[in-house]
Structures are given as structure tokens and as C-alpha cells.
Design a protein around this ligand. Structure first.
Ligand code: ATP
Length: 205
């Protein structure tokens, strides 16, 4: 795919990976980061509580909801979203992303579907990001959502049911992305994301 890529040749590329909860975003993104020294991580900010084992500044930046709302009002995020109607926020800090892209670092961003949609629009209006953003949607069936969240064992039954309903709605978003991966095995999903990243890099070389 060819897009406006003549400007800003020394800037990095931003690979935005999205999909329903349980689609395997975190799994495939972790493997990309372990494989490519050229690829850096955007640490997502959230107002939810840490899950067991998650560390502030490593897995996410954790902020209390009130602080998060103030940061949104200050315009400190490229994208932010409130999910599940529970006052739970996610976002990506402008200052972190701009500094890395300008330094020529490729970034991998793991965001939910609302975040990706907002991000796509924000990127069109940002000199730092225009032409540098590649969006990827991981598509799964409702049955796959159930299997994967049950395996993970960090979500109770009501949460899994809510996430399945959300996932069904989110699957209609796929046509808005640059690339869609119909999820198969972990190995297959990783190979597909690798191919997308390498092709997009080659197109800009
Ligand atoms: N391709 C796959 N096939 C089968 N299971 C998978 C696959 N990818 C990930 N999983 C498993 O599904 C569960 C959810 O994966 P993961 O946490 O990566 O999803 P996620 O999209 O990041 O979820 P969330 O948005 O809730 O953080 C994990 O137990 C993971 O090991």
C-alpha cells in the first residue's frame, strides 16, 4: 500500500494494533517487541486498577479517574476512550509518542477499538504522525472470545459475557483498518503481523 510517505523520511512508523478484548493483541504485540529491536513500545495510560502482577510505568501508566479526566481536559492525549460505561479510561500520551516518532523510533500501539478510531482521526491532524500510522485489526469470532478469556482466567463470567457482546459490535469496525488479520493460531497471527510491519517498512525505505 502506498501512502504519502515522502515527507519526514527520518521519522518512525506507528503500528496500531487493535481488536476486541481477548483477540490476542497483547500476546502478539509482546512477541513483536521481543523480536524487533527497531520497534518500541507506547505505554498506554489507564484509570483502571492494576491486575495482579502489572507494574505502573511498565505495563501501563495508572492514573486515578479524576486525574485522568483532568489530563483529558488539558489535551494531553492523542486518543482517549472510556470503555464499558464504567468510568474506565484508556489513552496515549502525546508527549511520549511525539518524542519517539521524531527520534525515528518505530512504535507499536496496543489499543481497543474506540481508541483506534479516535487515534486514526487524531493522526490526520498531527504533523508528527501524518502518513506514519498503520492500523491493524485482529478479527476473532465470538466463540474465540469466550475461549480465550476463559483461558486467561482474569475475567469473571459476567465480564466475559459483556466482552462478547462488545466484541460482536466491534467486529463491524474491521473495514476501517489498513490491514485485517483473521485470527488463527498464535504463530499464524504473529507471522501475519510480521509480514505487515516488514512490508510497510519496505514501502517507506
Ligand atoms: N491466536 C491465539 N489463539 C489462541 N489463544 C490466544 C491467541 N492469542 C492470544 N490467545 C490467548 O487468549 C487470551 C487473551 O489474549 P490477550 O491477553 O493477548 O488479548 P488482548 O486482546 O490483549 O485482551 P485485552 O484487550 O482484554 O487486554 C490469552 O490467554 C492468550 O494466551
Amino acid at each position: 500500500m502506498l501512502r504519502g510517505m515522502s515527507d519526514n523520511v527520518s521519522s518512525g512508523l506507528m503500528l496500531v494494533v487493535s481488536g476486541p478484548a481477548g483477540s490476542g493483541k497483547t500476546t502478539v504485540c509482546d512477541r513483536m517487541l521481543a523480536t524487533y529491536d527497531s520497534l518500541g513500545r507506547v505505554i498506554t495510560s489507564t484509570s483502571r486498577d492494576p491486575r495482579p502482577g502489572e507494574v505502573d510505568g511498565v505495563d501501563y501508566y495508572f492514573f486515578p479517574p479524576e486525574t485522568f479526566r483532568q489530563m483529558i481536559a488539558n489535551g494531553e492525549f492523542y486518543e482517549h476512550a472510556e470503555v464499558h460505561g464504567q468510568g474506565r479510561y484508556y489513552g496515549s500520551l502525546k508527549r511520549e509518542i511525539d518524542a519517539k516518532i521524531s527520534a525515528g523510533i518505530d512504535l507499536l500501539l496496543n489499543v481497543d477499538v474506540q481508541g483506534a478510531a479516535t487515534y486514526r482521526l487524531a493522526a490526520q491532524n498531527s504533523d508528527a504522525l501524518r502518513g506514519r500510522v498503520v492500523t491493524v485489526f485482529i478479527q476473532i469470532t465470538p466463540e474465540q472470545v469466550r475461549e480465550r478469556l476463559a483461558t486467561r482466567q482474569s475475567d469473571d463470567e459476567a465480564e466475559i459475557e459483556r466482552r462478547i457482546q462488545t466484541a460482536v459490535k466491534e467486529l463491524t469496525e474491521a473495514p476501517h483498518y489498513d490491514h485485517v488479520i483473521a485470527s488463527g493460531t498464535k504463530e499464524e497471527d504473529f507471522a501475519r503481523l510480521q509480514a505487515i510491519y516488514e512490508a510497510e517498512k519496505a514501502a517507506r525505505a
